[in-house]
Design a protein around this ligand. Sequence first.
Ligand code: ZN
Length: 257
Amino acid sequence: MASEKGSTLVWPFGACEQHGPHLPLITDTFFAENILIKTLDSLPEEMPIWMMPTQAIGFSPEHQSFPGTLSLSADVLIAMVTDLGKQIASMGFKRLIFFNAHGGQIGLLQAVSRQLRIQCPSLAVLPCFLWSGVPGLDELLPEKEVEEGLHAALAETSLMLHMSKDLVRNESYLDKNISIEKTIPIPKGWSLEGSSPCAWLTEDLSSSGVIGDSSSSNPELGDALENALINHWKSLFISLLESDWPPVKSENPVFPS
Ligand SMILES: [Zn+2]
């Protein structure tokens, strides 16, 4: 299978971290794994793409002061990904996609992907974030959720209510008091994420662990979000599988590992 033209592995990448009083520690892991399974199921059978075992613990230092969070250090995570990436490349796979559902490790996976690309020139590495670049999300979610709904808020809560209602505790997401509570405002011109980010810790923003507002969450929205996510990733996977990416490179790494 590794020797097939365009052979592609997808590594679902989650986290084990607090998600407020109402969502489970495995929220990101659950989304990475289950959206990926449904996306792969929607592809034509013969496509050379396979799923790796799910990474259930990631890089979550911003949530570490909340009980239940387990986080690997950046060094350990980079070493683990590099080790396995090299093995995957030496087996002959042509592409590795990180299917990541935790916003706090986007930058880390992008950095390790660039390093792997140098160390294993024959392996394309594509560090994706589940919620990034998905058409239609802006229409489904209020502007405030898009800007401030970073964690356990409307989108994640609605998606979980749709995909696995039993994992949502009681109805506590309806409590307005668990919404974002900035103790002091972010300096003018700076942002939580995006153009001028603050590298916040959760306790800078919220005592409940929720960053955003989960109070109007509902399974109908979750259903629409799930469709948007699956359609988007299905089309991106097909476009990659039909392409010749990556260009053939010399096998001599620029920087020896
Ligand atoms: Zn999450």
